[in-house]
Design a protein around this ligand. Structure first.
Ligand code: NAD
Length: 491
């Protein structure tokens, strides 16, 4: 299956409560990014409904043995869920692609297997994670044990709807928690199927709930609910701040925040293969049309490599074909909404007004229905240019030139963000010096972007986040720690 007809994809205007979809009155509208067409209405859970759902999820969790059953049996359910997800491309694929910026081809080859394998990865921790015996006097036994929080509140963004939901749900469930998740109101549909498959796999009914709605009403109510033990969020830095405030005002409650980025790609003249590096740099800003938290949106290039890099990037950019997520021929994704497309244009226009030169692109494509932004290359910018300072979340790459390592490091440093960075050099010593010196939660050397190594955690420095997704750290973050001291002389 390489393409589909968007009119034939049936979506439900529903929440997922008590182990099944619950249809509800539409209050919001959802449009397809690919052609701007109306897809469906969407309910918006009020604070009262969020209260009902969180209480119901907590009661279902208490009534079930999910947290107390042998961990290997919990893992078995998770693995069954992963198998169902992996086998569900025919339904899940179009459902994900129709309402998001993810091309069907990539959803089938990447997103779905990635989510399934991520679920399996976290399932493996269930019976392999233990506590500690503390160094107490021999008259006592001191234990440090871990326990689930209860109900974890999760809030997800729109850029990779299924994978981001998987990052949030899988570790929390594997560790024995229940989860109430609110997907983005722009991409709300595929997650209903993900939840349905979890129930089919044997997850106790009611311990995974989906509430639909916007951030201001539904998301805020979820964060503030007293039964929510912890909040895990992926989205923008501004929203992360609002969520942390809500969690402080209603708690305090612990938070994991995966936030925005403005990640640099540092290319030295001795990079192993400049043509390959140029393709890699271009892919790191055009993948999902730049709507990736770790997009390499700032190219920092050593003067001697400038021309070959610009040439290679330009060639890669002009090769891309914008088109709907359901077209097998398209190689450039739409922007999620017209509003976001205009926001990108606004930053590019302000960047130009501040003295930048647009080498390639710089405009929205016309006549395609959806918002498609041309891959754009901007030079003549300093740290104070809007295109360098602001997270654009589109296929827009700024270029700055450096002469030596110290200058590269100074340019790489961003006042707000520290999510990821890439270093391209054949000099291992330099690569190691820079991986230490760069203020970023992830540094890639001679590559850019995540691999399928779920064991490597991801998370930001500075205002790019608090805590980690993926890896052992993500599993541990869904557990709280209890200290136990037993008097052996009187036991
Ligand atoms: P967003 O912050 O606008 O929205 C994210 C989610 O938060 C949505 O579900 C939204 O409804 C909800 N929300 C909004 N206001 C809220 C509030 N006051 N209280 C509770 N919930 C609220 O982000 P987005 O536009 O959906 O996604 C793009 C952003 O996500 C970018 O900044 C990107 O860098 C970031 N992101 C980060 C990572 C990471 O791993 N660090 C991964 C993906 C995306």
């Amino acid at each position: 299956m390489a393409s589909f007809d968007p009119r034939e994809v049936a979506v439900r205007c529903a929440h997922f409560i008590g182990g099944r979809s619950r249809d509800a009155r539409a209050e919001l509208e959802v449009f397809r990014p690919s052609d701007g067409g109306f897809q469906s209405g969407l309910p918006c859970a009020s604070a009262d409904l969020v209260d009902e759902v969180v209480e119901g999820t907590w009661r279902a969790w208490k009534a079930s043995d999910w947290a107390s059953r042998p961990p290997r049996e919990r893992a078995r359910v998770m693995r069954r869920w992963a198998d169902l997800v992996e086998a569900d491309g025919a339904v899940l694929g179009p459902l994900e692609a129709v309402g998001s910026t993810r091309p069907l081809r990539e959803v089938l080859a990447w997103d779905i297997p990635y989510v399934a394998e991520g679920i399996r990865f976290f399932a493996e921790f269930a019976d392999k994670h233990g506590g500690e015996v503390a160094a107490t006097a021999t008259s006592h036994l001191g234990l440090q044990i871990t326990e689930p929080y209860g109900v974890v509140g999760a809030i997800a963004p729109w850029n990779f709807p299924l994978s981001m939901a998987g990052w949030k749900i899988a570790p929390a469930l594997a560790a024995g928690n229940a989860v109430v998740i609110k997907p983005s109101e722009l991409t709300p549909f595929s997650i209903l199927r993900l939840a349905e498959l979890a129930t089919l796999a044997g997850l106790p009914a009611g311990i995974l709930s989906v509430v639909q709605g916007d951030g201001r009403v539904t998301g805020d109510a979820l964060c503030r609910h007293p039964r929510i033990g912890k909040v895990t969020f992926t989205g923008s830095t501004g929203t992360g701040t609002a969520i942390m405030t809500a969690c402080a005002e209603s708690g305090p409650k612990p938070v994991t925040l995966e936030l925005g980025g403005k990640s640099p790609q540092l290319v030295f003249a001795d990079a192993p293969d400049l043509a390959r590096t140029a393709r890699s740099v271009a892919a790191a800003i055009t993948g999902n049309a730049g709507q990736v938290c770790v997009s390499g949106s700032r190219l920092l290039v050593q003067r001697a490599a400038l021309e070959p890099m610009l040439e290679g990037i330009r060639a890669a950019f002009v090769d891309l074909r914008p088109g709907p997520t359901w077209s097998a021929a398209a190689t450039l994704s739409p922007i999620i909404s017209q509003r976001q497309g205009q926001r990108i244009q606004d930053i590019v226009t302000r960047s130009q007004a501040a003295g930048a030169e647009i080498l390639v692109g710089g405009a929205l494509e016309e006549g395609l229905g959806g918002a498609y932004y041309q891959p754009t290359l901007i030079t003549g910018v300093g740290a104070d240019n809007p295109a360098v300072g602001e997270e654009i979340f589109g296929p827009v790459l700024t270029v700055q030139v450096f002469d030596d390592e110290a200058e590269a490091l100074a340019l790489a440093d961003h006042p707000t963000y520290g999510l990821a960075a890439g270093v391209h050099t054949a000099d291992l010593g330099r690569a190691l010096r820079l991986t230490r010196a760069l203020e970023a939660g992830t540094v890639w050397v001679n590559r850019y972007g995540r691999s399928h190594d779920w064991i490597i955690p991801t998370g930001g420095y500075k205002r790019s986040g608090i805590g980690k997704d993926l890896g052992r750290a993500a599993y541990e973050a869904t557990l709280r720690s209890k200290s136990v001291l037993i008097d052996l002389e009187h036991s």
